[in-house]
Design a protein around this ligand. Sequence first.
Ligand SMILES: O=C[C@H](O)[C@H](O)[C@H](O)COP(=O)(O)O
Length: 242
Amino acid sequence: MASRSPQDTAKHAVAEKAAAMVEDKMVLGLGSGSTMRLTLLSIGRRIQAEGLSLKGVPTSEATAVLAREQGIELVELDARPELDLAFDGADEVVPGSFALTKGLGGALLREKLVAIAASWLVILVDDGKLVDQLGSRSPIPVEVVPFAHKTTARRLAKLGGEPVLRLASDGTPFRSDGGNLIYDLKMPPIGAPEGLAAAIKGITGVVEHGIFLGMAKDVIVGNADGTTRRLPAVLSRVDNGT
Ligand SMILES: O=C[C@H](O)[C@H](O)[C@H](O)COP(=O)(O)O
């Protein structure tokens, strides 16, 4: 077996830790991305070994396929508006406030809908995702409707960043599962994410953005040596975007 990179080791560790939190008959929110992929595989192993009966709301088509393969029954969020537990990855996490950037995989809209519906949202990251301020290592993904998207991008630019239209691997504009476009808004490190989040949301043509505030209840960090640690719990909450 090929040896794992330190980042892969961290992701596997955090995936195992997350899977251990699952209890029989739970209804889960199922996030997207590579860390979630490993988490779904770990949950699948528990289903095989222990016969757990689980339901889940997937946040992307890719997650839906994998979750079904693992034996998780898919349900509509409208049918189960309250989720027992949700897991997701993130692109940036600020320890203390648990402010997050998400959406580099393009699933931010469904991820936010599921995050808001979850009684307990657990964010799973490797050590490299921890930042002092959002925008330090990742742009802010912004999902916009295709109609007049360049006009929407010009308005985004007025917020002080550089919006870059995301392209797929074939060079055509990337489309989200909802058929929308994504601009990656490159910003200097963001001191006050609440204000920026509200300003982005206030632009007509914007569907949603990847700043998640006041949603994560728990952050589990995977370390390169295969251990994990929980960040201290959030003490205060800000706007959760509902
Ligand atoms: O749209 C994608 C999601 O927000 C992912 O959860 C995020 O990009 C983290 O993905 P990964 O675990 O692959 O780093």
